[in-house]
Design a binder for this molecule. Sequence first.
Ligand code: NDP
Ligand code: 8X3
Length: 254
Amino acid sequence: MTIKNPIAFITGATSGIGKSTAILFAANGIDLVLCGRRQDRLDILKSELSKQTKVHTLTFDVRNKSDVFDAINSLPEAFSDIDILVNNAGNAHGLDTIDEGSTDDWDAMLDINVKGLLYVSKAIIPKMIAKKSGHIINIGSTAGKEVYPKGNVYCASKHAVDAINQGMRIDLNPYGIRVGAVNPGLVETEFSDVRFKGDTSRAENVYQGFQPLKPEDIADIIHFVVTRPYHVNIADLIVMPTAQASATILKRNS
Ligand code: NDP
Ligand code: 8X3
């Protein structure tokens, strides 16, 4: 009898935390469904990781409800029985006071970080319910635990992820599905490039004068979370760089 590898579905796999998680999962014999909008990056990742594990890619924008459902319903049988869902796709857009914020940025953050996560989950959960097992890891943030100046709507989106994580855990409890959140502090990825719309020097400044987390640090934690015995569910985990004490307290070298 052949034992099937677990299959992980990772959103936002083209960069940062999602990409590092894909690389680590592949090295540990987890088959992958990798998602993002940037097809070229998914193609490169697939050709690299296919040397280690089975990889399928899906290109869609999590904001587009019908594309999300069509993509997930189109999964070949070999990839359709998802064991692990990593709800990671997301970003901050802008850093402005509430009176100066752009409504387009607000739409992007709520549509991607909250509604996109919900659409993907809605498409994947029925099969987990049917087999009475599965593991959902929601990538929240310290911004989902605290609000910081000018963080308003990004923080709201991540507070929503925190509430959804708790709600999913309650509602999926009858089916034995594990649900938990990993909430990082400052991780050096493309996150700040996106937040500051390509202003690289402003993005780089975010991580100057202290040692930020690397995406590999978060991937390592996600891998730890998914490799606990099945009766162990890490429900809610906060991880910050040692230099960071809270959303607003950061020890930078002078
Ligand atoms: P990156 O910008 O490096 O990665 C973001 C990923 O999300 C990309 O793969 C991107 O893929 C995907 N994504 C963004 N928008 C969409 C969309 N509309 N549809 C589909 N995919 C999308 O940032 P991080 O790796 O840092 O961020 C990953 C998660 O971690 C996010 O949820 C973020 O909020 C969270 N986080 C990040 C922290 C940090 O300091 N970096 C700290 C705490 C939490 P593509 O562009 O190809 O679609
Ligand atoms: C990302 C961390 O502090 O930029 O969620 O909000 S922070």
